[in-house]
Design a protein around this ligand. Structure first.
Ligand code: PMP
Length: 416
């Protein structure tokens, strides 16, 4: 009830939502992610945000890009501003195959569908494979956006533990056996093998064939999500799972981290029959990915030194990783441990027993530093002693300052 002059209350709480009884059951799985909820506080200028995962675009050649965009409109405007096929712009699909070749993948443009970021590819894959109650296996912890997608299709996520070498094959085998014994269907394993978001670890190359063999033996697909694969800090590139198994792996890629996240251009490479279903699903979701954006990416790949640009991203992120790790080594109280990523954007930290990272978060924000509590990266409530620290966005000196502040908050928390 509102009195005259009073604003109706916003429906932040579900019980205040007058449409509650109308929603489909699947909408129940759609809840605000902790990461997104944090963006508002974390973006205040006085707060050092180790929370967000926004790529740092400052190094992009904006002037020449703007010239190229102008040229696309002038020279090919009627195509660029028109609907395109749901498969994606043909030239871009060929170029994407060249990008994937860097990871040992020999893909055919006809096995590709271009999507609105790899997030849409995740949605399409889940849409075509998952019925309510199907099981999806995912690393623990896993990407919050993927967990949200799985929940929105009412799939049940079972986590598989990782160690410093990524997903543990024995744990994968055990999870698959347990599901089989319970008579449950596992639809796919979702994995981020390189520079995992949020864990910052990479699946050891020696493990990859074993993981693929285990999944194939259980007749379970692998969804390989690889937005960070080209961001190894020493230029190292690991062979994609897809390069080792073309029949059982759906590979998801993205230009968000290697070029421009705002263009929202990603893709899925899938076994041919699956790709046909993905195209149909893409048509019903969006008709097609934006033609202009696809052409911008295509021109960029054709006219810019994109490999050189990726190298400069690697250097920039390496400096930031170094600032974060050396800050942690210098300042963190005893009992904290963290991963040491050799690529990507994220470090995963475990804090001493008794500290709850979610409960601590408001005190960290008061101390002007933000991180993401670990529980958001699990579907099962685990992660209360973990947090994700991202080093992609703030400059190194701000990262160092942020770590100092965070260490102060943690030290107080431990003393409590
Ligand atoms: N997968 C992972 C592991 C990610 O970290 C992200 C973005 N943070 C995505 C998928 C989605 O990326 P995009 O839609 O921008 O391609």
């Amino acid at each position: 009830m509102t009195t005259p002059g009073q604003q109706p209350e916003r429906t932040g709480s579900r019980s205040l939502d007058p449409h509650l009884r109308r929603y489909a059951a699947r909408a129940g799985g759609m809840t605000a992610s902790e990461v997104r909820a944090l963006f508002a506080v974390a973006s205040r200028p006085e707060v050092v945000s180790l929370a967000g995962g926004m790529p740092n675009l400052a190094a992009l050649p904006l002037e020449s890009l703007s010239e190229q965009v102008g040229r696309i409109i002038a020279e090919e405007g009627l195509t660029a501003l028109q609907y395109g096929s749901a498969h994606g712009v043909p030239l871009l699909r060929e170029q994407i195959c060249e990008v994937m070749a860097l990871e040992g993948i020999s893909g055919h443009p006809d096995d590709l569908v271009v999507t609105v970021g790899s997030q849409m590819a995740l949605d399409l894959v889940t849409r075509i494979f998952c019925d309510p109650g199907d099981i999806v296996l995912a690393e623990g912890p896993s990407y919050v956006g993927a967990l949200g997608t799985f929940a929105s299709y009412q799939a049940e996520v079972r986590h598989v533990v990782m160690d410093a070498d990524g997903l543990v094959p024995e744990a994968l085998r055990a999870a698959l056996d347990a599901a089989k014994q319970a008579g449950r269907r596992v639809k796919f394993l979702y994995t981020i093998p390189n520079f995992n978001n949020p864990a910052g670890v990479t699946m050891a190359v020696a493990r990859r064939a074993e993981v693929l063999d285990i999944c194939a033996a259980h007749d379970v697909l692998v969804v390989e999500d690889n937005p960070y694969g080209l961001l190894g800090f020493d230029g190292q590139v690991y062979p994609a799972l897809r390069s080792m198994d073309r029949d059982n792996v759906i590979y998801l890629g993205s230009f968000s981290k290697t070029f421009a996240s705002g263009l929202r251009v990603g893709w899925a490479l899938a076994p041919h029959a699956v790709r046909e279903k993905l195209v149909l699903a893409a048509e019903s979701a969006a008709l097609c990915a934006p033609t202009l954006n696809q052409m911008v990416v295509s021109r960029y790949l054709a006219t810019h030194d994109w490999k050189g640009q990726i190298k400069s991203f690697q250097t920039m992120y390496r400096e930031r990783r170094d600032a974060l790790i050396s800050g942690l080594e210098q300042h963190m109280p005893a009992g904290c441990s963290w991963t040491n990523p050799d690529g990507g954007f994220f470090v995963w930290m475990t804090v001493p027993e008794g500290v709850d990272t979610k409960a601590m978060q408001p005190r960290a924000v008061t101390a002007r530093v933000a991180y993401v509590p670990g529980t958001g990266f699990y579907a099962d409530g685990f992660g209360s002693r973990q947090m994700r620290l991202s080093f992609c966005y703030p400059p190194p000196e701000r990262i160092s300052e942020g770590v100092r502040r965070l260490a102060g908050v943690l030290a107080q928390e431990i003393d409590l």
